[in-house]
Design a protein around this ligand. Structure first.
Ligand code: S3P
Length: 453
């Protein structure tokens, strides 16, 4: 009988508890149907905008993982009343100026989106707030957000090291002016922080992107009645007197969580996984586009009518013969979080896969170029990184098969889940040193996987 189990113990797999390595052996052919918790990016935005409206907003299919709870708790610290009943969250907003100054720092845990988006909101508040983060997030660069916010008139003092800014930081907002901003990095977090601040500014705020990034903030702002338009990668926002709650928002299943199962189904012979009500925002479906180009059999059935401004639908992924491909730097923002699991897929693709412009992976929860190279090489993969100036490109050659190995999560949820997928398709057993980090975005990952037996 096939099974996945935690080494030594026979109890049910719970991602929370283990200091022992997680053992992946006697793999099975995953088949079945899953529904995933709501999209993390949409959840952060839904919480934040609901907090800035007058009245109650009901969020359905809210994901109960560490990152979205970090935003929820940060808003509670800022005086917002929030009630939770299972995966339903009720937010009682008190308007755009309804957040309260707090004596305690606002702690953003390890959630980069929480920290960067919240800075955009605090930019509009006429009081001083100290914002802190857990160790790993305190090592991630923040100048990309502090620079445009200062241009809008915000006062921020942050920890500085080698000319880069990091949490903790103190921010005092108010009296903002709209700006035209061209971000240096393709980042939806930067765009969103500037747009959120733009809600409070005098005059229009414009963000002009060289490469477009996920547009959840724009869609959500529209859904909350803001005057926002998008033209050729230029987003224009007028300040608003008040936002209007849509009353209820269904958060579609997280496409980034779905990606692990899409790749799993694609690389294991005989596998077939149906994913219901997955978010299909075109700014996020790069992984599907690229896998299909590689030959993956993925069927998409869009639900009629988007869920509250976000497209949603059914995905069916089945075992396929994959071929190598070239992923351009322009495609990266649409699959930035899926690159680790795409690297796994590329190991099983005939010929070479080249993924261009991946340097941004160095500043995610861990350096994901390093974490994935270390692990995949340990499994026998032929993967290398080429530097071309500041650009970094990955080259992955097919090795027919991967072999079980001792694997490391590097404290990173997406590295950990990608390596579970790789281990499921590899010959022999693998051990993963830490699975607790998976709780950051997908506490039900192993349970969902086991349900496909
Ligand atoms: C996110 C944007 C991406 C992504 C992150 C979530 C968002 O970051 O990697 O997991 O919700 O806006 P960048 O926009 O900084 O690339």
């Amino acid at each position: 009988m096939s099974r996945i189990k935690k080494s030594a113990k026979r109890r049910r797999v719970k991602p929370r508890a283990s200091a022992k390595p997680f053992l992946i052996k006697n793999k099975f052919i995953p088949r079945g149907r899953i529904i995933l918790a709501g999209d993390k990016s949409i959840a952060h935005r839904a919480l934040i905008l609901s907090a800035l409206t007058c009245g109650r907003t009901n969020l359905k299919n809210f994901p109960l993982h560490e990152d979205s709870l970090a935003t929820l708790n940060a808003l509670i610290t800022l005086g917002v009343r929030i009630r939770r009943n299972g995966s339903e969250v009720l937010i009682y907003g008190r308007g755009k100026q309804g957040l309260k100054a707090c004596a305690n720092p606002v702690f953003t845990h390890n959630s980069g989106t929480t920290l960067r988006l919240l800075l955009g909101v605090l930019a509009g508040m006429n009081f001083k707030t100290k914002v802190t983060a857990a160790q790993a997030l305190s090592r991630r660069p923040m100048s990309r957000v502090t620079v445009p916010l200062r241009l809008m008139g915000v006062q921020i003092s942050a920890r500085i090291k080698n000319k880069e800014e990091y949490a903790p930081m103190v921010i005092r907002g108010g009296n903002l002016r709209g700006i035209v901003y061209r971000p240096k990095v393709a980042s939806a977090q930067v765009k969103s922080a500037v747009l959120l601040a733009g809600l409070f500014a005098q005059g229009k705020t414009q963000v002009c992107e060289r490469v477009s990034t996920r547009d959840h903030t724009e869609r959500m702002l529209k859904n909350f009645g803001a005057n926002i338009s998008v033209n050729n990668n230029r987003v224009i926002l007028d300040p608003v007197r008040c936002l209007r709650s849509p009353g209820q928002i269904y958060i579609p299943g997280d496409i980034s969580s779905a990606a692990f199962f899409i790749v799993l189904a694609s690389i294991i012979p005989g596998a077939r996984i149906v994913i219901e009500r997955a978010g299909l925002n075109p700014g996020r479906t790069g992984i599907i586009k690229v896998l299909k180009r590689m030959g993956a059999k993925i069927n998409i059935a869009l639900c009629r009518g988007a869920a509250d401004g976000e497209p949603m639908g059914q995905l069916i992924a089945q075992s396929s013969r994959l071929n190598g491909t070239v992923v351009s730097a322009q495609e990266i923002p649409s699959l930035i979080d899926e690159l680790p699991v795409l690297m796994v897929a590329a190991c099983f693709a005939e010929g070479a896969t080249v993924i261009k412009g991946v340097a941004e992976l160095r500043v995610k929860e861990t350096d994901r170029i390093n974490s994935m190279l270390v692990n995949l090489k340990a499994m026998g993969a032929d993967i290398r990184v080429n530097k071309a100036g500041r650009q970094e490109n990955l080259v992955i050659n097919c090795r027919d098969r991967l072999y079980g190995a001792s694997l490391k999560s590097f404290g990173d949820h997406r590295t950990a889940m990608s390596m579970v997928v790789a281990a499921m398709a590899a010959d022999g057993e693998s051990r993963l040193d830490d699975i607790n980090c998976i709780n950051k975005s997908f506490p039900g990952f192993l349970r969902t996987l086991q349900g496909l037996k």
